[in-house]
Ligand binder design. Sequence first.
Ligand SMILES: Cc1cc2nc3c(=O)[nH]c(=O)nc-3n(C[C@H](O)[C@H](O)[C@H](O)COP(=O)(O)OP(=O)(O)OC[C@H]3O[C@@H](n4cnc5c(N)ncnc54)[C@H](O)[C@@H]3O)c2cc1C
Length: 450
Amino acid sequence: MSIDLVWLRQDLRLADNPLFAGPLGEHLACAYVLDERWLKERRIGAARLGFLWQSLIELRGRLLARGSDLLVRLGDPSEEVAALAAELGARRVRVRWDPGWEETRAVERLAPRLAADCELECLEGGMLFTEDDLPRPVEALPPGFSGFRRRLETVTPQYAGSIPVTLPPWPPQASRGLPPLRWVDVRAAEWSASSLGGFRFTGGERAGLARLNDYLWGSGAVAHYAETRNGLVGADVSSRLSPWLALGCLSAAQVNDALDDWEAERGASDSSRWLRFELWWREYFHWAARQDGRRLYGGATPPDGGEDFAAWCRGETGLPFVDAGMRELTETGWLSNRARQNVASHLVHDLGVDWRLGAAWFERCLIDHDVASNWGNWGYIAGRGRHAKAHRFDVLDQAERYDPQGDYVARWCPELADLPPGNARHRPWRHDPAVFLPPPSLSIQEEAAP
Ligand SMILES: Cc1cc2nc3c(=O)[nH]c(=O)nc-3n(C[C@H](O)[C@H](O)[C@H](O)COP(=O)(O)OP(=O)(O)OC[C@H]3O[C@@H](n4cnc5c(N)ncnc54)[C@H](O)[C@@H]3O)c2cc1C
């Protein structure tokens, strides 16, 4: 009896998933391991864990419908997968290559733990390109985004693969299922996003496909992406596909193909081109993470961030535009790109706090946390690692430009909502709207950013 074990990580979907493609064994087991260190070290917060669990539950339903199932365990991923492969007597373990040093190490640590007759197969997928598509080796890719894009713009991106109709049955007597979220983390089980975000994210492949479909064909909001993408309020100002892309409930090729279809019917426009451009930024950070390995995280443990960092996390810096963003982040698990850039710039360049603390906080809070995109974007703003130049934003100027009436601030900082619409709502204050401080000497220049 031949048994295959599929180890799922950031690829929680059935469609266009190379792990389910090609000939499979007579029996198939599918497993996800939640790294216990994420819980112990509080690297995964309630919102992110909740979205992950929804995605796993939905994936289980889809696997069951095709004759398979899902097993979810908690522990050290390499050890748990090795133990499971041994229990099952698996002939092969399949896993997708994920960027990120820890993720790569986990696969490397698994290899020597497997029985001699168990093959470890590491596949690529989920991205626009595979390593074979690259015109030169990964290590030789240009360090900056523009060079990367120039190098690859003549290469045709991967097309999305199909969805399996049936899958091999579950190995006899093998355990299956996932623990209730309440047993894993009661806060995550009880957490719900604030309705002020104006959009409800639901984990899983089905919800991801529905959002893609709605953004392109339902509301058709993609047609205005070029004008709205810097918006701060509203369900449709940007695609909001990031949480599904981050967990692999959707692949980049699926989004790219859908954009091709949309352009074929409605015609290519600045909007469709801008959205594709953003997928390229994602791609760039992924390959950069693969090149950088451990350097992506910036080396040794960062110094303590003190009260400035704590106030930033709480959304109590006294700078309304920043506080609004930080509160939206903790109350919804998501934040627009414009707000991310500003809160990150303020932490690093105005408060002088180490960028790695900000990246770690985002990692805990964001439901779309993606190692390469998060740590890569923080390094880009801080000007660390491969990014020689820092990217600094004048937060007051940005507030006036992107939130001219102060509506965004009023939405997330109710203590300021009674102030007249306009710049009054952006003035720095001391957590008492009556006491305004003179504007701090904030940065002046804004750089071109993703
Ligand atoms: C400090 C900081 C941290 C970030 N952390 C993450 C993260 O952990 N996960 C994440 O997916 N994105 C991250 N981003 C990138 C970006 O902010 C989000 O991808 C975007 O806001 C998600 O909203 P959307 O899906 O509506 O994006 P859209 O504007 O609709 O773009 C479509 C897709 O393109 C990709 N994309 C867009 N902008 C970027 C970018 N700058 N870098 C990489 N990919 C991009 C995303 O997958 C996104 O879903 C970060 C940006 C900053 C400045």
